[in-house]
Design a protein around this ligand. Sequence first.
Ligand code: HEC
Length: 108
Amino acid sequence: MFSTTKLRIVFFMFFFCSVFSVAHADQALANAKGCMACHQIDAEKVGPPFRMVAKKYQGQKDALAKLPSKVLDGGSGVWGEVAMPANKTLGVTKADATKLVAWVLSLK
Ligand code: HEC
């Protein structure tokens, strides 16, 4: 039989592997959809760093409802004068946008 300690280790290994692979998959999606041409996780590029976006909307329950349409339709004025283009014309679907925003907001 496994000891409790061994079971805990196995549990945490599964936990970390699944968290890591989810985060990895969504960054791959951001790469595939061209987000990373303008965004970086920690540094400013054309748009705000994704970690800053996560910080700004931390605790705002409606962020996940509102931000996907901003990603789809584009816009400016929240972070500066530079506009984000309408990503829906670049092959980003609503499901992609929701997944990507959920990933961005999960960054700490
Ligand atoms: C051509 C450059 C460009 C691309 C490509 C781009 N963004 Fe942006 N993004 C920006 C800029 C510029 C802003 C700041 C807009 C503002 O100040 O309102 C921004 C803002 C954002 C915000 C914050 C919006 C807000 O109102 O606070 C999110 C979330 C975001 N982008 C996600 C994405 C995702 C996901 C993708 C890929 C599908 C993407 N961006 C692709 C330039 C880009």
